[in-house]
Design a protein around this ligand. Structure first.
Ligand SMILES: Nc1ncnc2c1ncn2[C@@H]1O[C@H](COP(=O)(O)OP(=O)(O)OP(=O)(O)O)[C@@H](O)[C@H]1O
Length: 620
């Protein structure tokens, strides 16, 4: 990105440049189709009235002066011209006032439609790799941008701004027609100069916006530090470690870094106003001098002079860069981003669905030579992994931090696709299965599961959104089976208690209570046909005894479903049918607890280590 703003170039007047600008502007206007027809019709009327009123004011100005300067001046002769002039002015003002509310409503409507498109695009792909792609993130943020500056920077504002500038341009052309009745060449020259001044000014300030856009990564750092300072997530650590001042300084530093280039470009633009200043003087001078000298020479009546001056002023008004220009230049970035986003989404659509997942017994799942590298990284997390999950099996996956356990589960859930190799369910490649049907055949309890700000009932039943919500008795049976009765007993309104984290009338649960509730969510999913249950560190917030009970109750309640259990605590996985030890993305050891202990390898070493720590804690 260059630090100097792009100067005017004759290439800007090339056919291609003009056509591109027209295309871009037409796309902005086309967004108006998202408005309700009634709003659009009223908006159209409030735009047309001022355009028609502008030349009328020039014509009535002529008639007023003509009546006053006629030889046998009669005050009555002023009535119609003055009434016409006043009516034109009044209609224009009334339309302006009315249009403000209509424009605000139309703009909000367009923004709503665009934002819901962005959301749909973000949710459309079956996997989630695009959400971790910084480019996708930046484009999505820009497409739904609501403004970080003094103006709203949104597609709706851009579209309305384009409507305003189109109306202003039409009004300037109408004024040029009025002036052309006396001075056709002057009318064309004034119109051309005014458009040129406007386009130079626009270009200078547009570049400022491009500078700001290029600094989006810096902006993200500002947001990060601001969230850290004011948000609840880091509140405990920031206070405990006494980091408040330090965090504020980091935020300020990030803000200065983000603003630095923007401010230097802004100063440069302000120092470079000579050309537009000169052109404005020439333009205003011509508009005054040409009709003035003609009147001086007796070639133009005083009424004609009035008409020409009003018309010239009307043309000149287009050279002033109003607020709508910022709306267009800021908001069109959002529209361009939306188009890019749609392009990226189209390029990344899933392959055609050819098969449906079976809803019968648990599937036989195989990882066949699966390797996986996260997008944007170079180090493979899983390498040439071969693993079978047998129907109805309790399979435990253990391994150190970063071994790839959660990644394996994400691949199993279809949230990412293997980089090489394949995963099959009953012989069918997961890629060829209907992702929705596959997910309806499995459920997962992740370590970072979402605490939905909903009722306890909703937090359980959203695991099977396709099913009708059962009565309280059925739900409470599941709650008891999963060992969450004590959690529900403490809630004033039982299943109907609102679980808001920061809301006014709800209450929050402890980490362990949330985990118990989430376990019921998994049982509810199993009760609605899920045949493969993934439990990714589900007991991290529970003590050892509660953890043992959790497994007894939850895993004991899933019936014939297959279970994949991830845990750091090896005592937890001991009863599993098979235990797989992951190391550096590969299976290092595999077997039942007894087999692995007999093997005397890494699993046995870790198990003894954890057991000895537990016993020494118990002895204290
Ligand atoms: N979204 C991501 N983008 C890039 N790398 C990632 C991403 N998620 C995880 N990783 C990396 O992949 C590796 C495996 O992570 P994973 O979460 O699968 O490990 P894990 O075995 O579940 O660890 P833990 O027991 O600590 O939860 C780690 O090195 C991690 O940094």
């Amino acid at each position: 990105m260059t630090d100097t703003y792009p100067r005017f170039s004759w290439r800007d007047l090339s056919w291609t440049a003009i056509r591109d600008t027209f295309d871009e502007r037409a796309r902005l206007l086309a967004l108006l189709r998202f408005c309700r027809p009634r709003t659009l019709a009223a908006l159209g009327a409030t735009v047309v009235v001022p355009v028609a009123a502008a030349p009328l004011t020039a014509l009535f100005a002529h008639d007023v002066v003509a009546a006053m300067s006629s030889a046998g001046f009669e005050p009555a002769a002023l009535v119609w011209p003055v009434a016409g002039f006043a009516a034109a002015m009044l209609a224009k003002e009334a339309a302006d006032i009315l249009s403000r509310a209509l424009k605000a409503s139309a703009s909000k409507r367009i923004d709503g439609v665009v934002r819901s498109r962005v959301r749909r695009i973000a949710l459309r792909p079956d996997d989630i790799s695009h959400l971790e792609d910084p480019e996708f993130h930046d484009v999505a943020v820009r497409a739904g941008d609501q403004g970080i500056t003094w103006r709203v920077r949104s597609p709706g504002a851009a579209s309305i701004g384009q409507l305003e500038i189109t109306a202003r341009m039409a009004s300037a052309v109408a004024m040029a027609v009025v002036l052309a009745a006396y001075f056709p060449v002057l009318a064309v020259v004034l119109l051309a100069l005014s458009v040129l001044i406007r386009s130079i000014t626009r270009r200078q300030w547009t570049h400022l916006e491009a500078v700001k856009d290029a600094a989006t990564p810096e902006r993200r750092k500002v947001d990060f530090w601001a969230d850290l300072a004011a948000g609840p997530d880091a509140a405990k650590e920031v206070r405990l470690f006494g980091l408040a001042g330090w965090v504020s300084e980091r935020r300020l530093d990030a803000h200065r870094a983000w603003e630095a280039r923007h401010w230097s470009t802004r100063r440069r633009v302000l120092r470079s106003q000579k050309a537009t200043f000169l052109l404005s003087i020439v333009s205003a001078g011509l508009g005054l001098l040409v009709p003035g000298l003609a009147a001086w020479a007796g070639e133009l009546s005083i009424a004609g002079l009035s008409q020409c001056l009003v018309a010239a002023w009307g043309i000149f008004a287009i050279s002033v860069m109003g607020g709508e220009s910022y709306d267009i230049d800021y908001g069109k970035t959002a529209v361009t981003a939306l188009r890019r986003l749609e392009g990226m989404a189209a390029a990344g659509t899933s392959p055609a669905v050819t098969e449906s997942a079976s809803h019968g017994p648990p599937p036989l799942v195989r990882f066949e030579d699966v390797s996986f590298t996260y997008p944007g990284t170079s180090r493979p997390v899983l390498e040439q992994l071969n693993l079978t999950i047998r129907p109805g099996e309790r399979l435990a996956i253990v391994g150190g931090s970063g071994a790839g356990k959660t990644t394996l589960v994400k691949l199993l859930s279809g949230l990412y696709q293997p980089t090489t190799g394949r995963i099959t369910a009953d012989g069918a490649d997961l890629r060829s299965l209907d992702a929705g049907a596959w997910r309806r055949s499995m459920t997962a309890l992740f370590q970072d599961f979402v605490h939905y700000p909903l009722t306890a009932r909703d937090n359980i039943t959203l695991a099977a959104p396709e099913a009708a919500v059962p009565g309280d008795d059925t739900l409470m049976e599941l709650v008891r089976a999963g060992g969450a009765q004590p959690v529900l007993d403490r809630l004033e309104s039982g299943l109907d208690t609102q679980l808001w984290r920061t809301g006014g009338d709800g209450r929050d649960l402890s980490g362990g209570q949330w985990q118990k509730l989430a376990a019921i969510r998994a049982l509810y999913a199993v009760a609605h046909g899920r045949r493969l249950v993934v439990l990714d560190e589900p007991t991290a917030h529970l003590d050892v005894k509660a953890e043992a009970r959790f497994h007894e109750q939850v895993i004991g309640s899933v019936g014939g479903a297959s279970v994949v259990l991830i845990s750091h605590r090896l005592s937890t996985v001991r009863p599993a049918d098979r235990i797989v030890l992951l190391q550096d993305g590969r299976i290092a050891e595999e077997g039942s607890h007894d087999e692995l202990m007999r093997l005397g390898g890494e699993y046995a070493r870790l198990f003894r280590l954890q057991a000895s720590r537990f016993h020494s804690r118990e002895a204290r």
